[in-house]
Design a protein around this ligand. Structure first.
Ligand code: ZN
Length: 307
């Protein structure tokens, strides 16, 4: 086995990516979930997105959620924005870590924002300037990096080309989304290698979906390639917009449970995280697709009874 990192940084995306893909829940429930997650020891939380309320009603109360949340010392909170107006709102709310998204697949990007990937990259260049001028950092998330539901396979060199462009435009970080769970270990290897070859020192963050059960295998592959930053969603919160009923984001407690048994530190208290996953399940009112939530951690022994 390759040398594995001794520590991994998890960004919890349940409050934003998760809840954005569930039926709308009350503001107060979002705040409770954020607060529970802030107390798990997780180092980073994607808290909200500042999107048009008609486009995404699930995030219409982003300002209220964020101002009511109890922010924990030492946790880095981020917000996702789709455009300059969203960036203004996020900055006004006090966020200093901001994410923007572009799809590696032209068709997926057009379906999402009615613009080509190239047009979105021009918008993002201006957004990066806007964020930097206000003292915030800009992370570019490259969606459909491991496959597109409309186009199929995405050439890793196309993904690497997008990274070239956004880094030249000043992006502080890059992330890669397996938006519809099409990633497998060889595809993870191909994308990470293509990007690393051109940008050996840029930290990469990977965002896996477990739509087809490959998320933990993909994560292990990335660990072996030296990747140390991952997104995950408490309870596996957030369905899959393209396949109703299918699971979306990999569950944070499944990731953390496996990493800890491998001797890899995350700073997260698994018991507190499972409590937060139970809360997430109550909030959305459906069974969440997390094995660790169902079965408990492997160290939780079953009581033997002779009668
Ligand atoms: Zn996701």
């Amino acid at each position: 086995m390759a040398m594995l990192p001794s520590r991994v940084s998890i960004r919890e995306v349940g409050p934003r990516d998760g809840l954005q893909n569930e039926d709308p829940v009350p503001t107060e429930a979002k705040v409770r979930l954020l607060d529970a997650l802030s107390g798990t020891g997780v180092g980073r939380i994607e808290a909200v997105s500042f999107v048009h309320p008609r486009a995404i009603p699930q995030m219409a109360d982003a300002d209220e959620v964020w101002s009511a949340a109890r922010r924990a010392e030492g946790v880095r909170y981020s917000a996702l924005v789709p455009n300059s107006r969203g960036a203004q709102r996020a900055l006004a709310a006090g966020f200093t870590e901001i994410e923007v998204v572009v799809s590696a697949s032209d068709t997926h990007n057009r379906r999402n924002v009615n613009r080509s990937t190239a047009e979105s990259l021009d918008d993002i260049a201006a957004l990066i300037d806007q964020l930097h001028a206000a003292g915030a950092t800009a992370e570019v998330i490259v969606a459909t990096s491991f496959g597109c539901p409309y186009e199929g396979d995405i050439d890793p060199l196309r993904v690497a080309g997008i990274v070239d462009r956004v880094l030249a435009d000043g992006a502080d970080r890059v992330a890669f989304g397996d938006t519809t769970g099409m990633g497998t270990p060889p595809r993870v290897r191909a994308v990470v290698s293509a990007v690393r070859e051109r940008h050996p020192d840029v930290p990469l963050l990977l965002h896996f979906h477990n739509t087809r059960g490959t998320a933990l295998a993909n994560l292990l592959t990335a660990l072996e390639l030296g990747v140390t930053e991952f997104d995950a969603s408490v309870g596996g919160l957030g369905g899959c917009p393209y396949a109703p009923g299918a699971s979306g984001n990999v569950a944070t407690e499944e990731v953390v449970h496996m990493l800890h048994d491998m001797g890899i530190d995350t700073g997260i208290d698994v018991a507190a995280l499972i409590e937060a996953a139970r809360l997430a399940e109550r909030i959305v009112g459906r069974e969440l697709p997390s094995g660790v939530l169902r079965a408990g951690p492997r160290t939780q022994l079953t009581r033997f009874s002779a009668d």
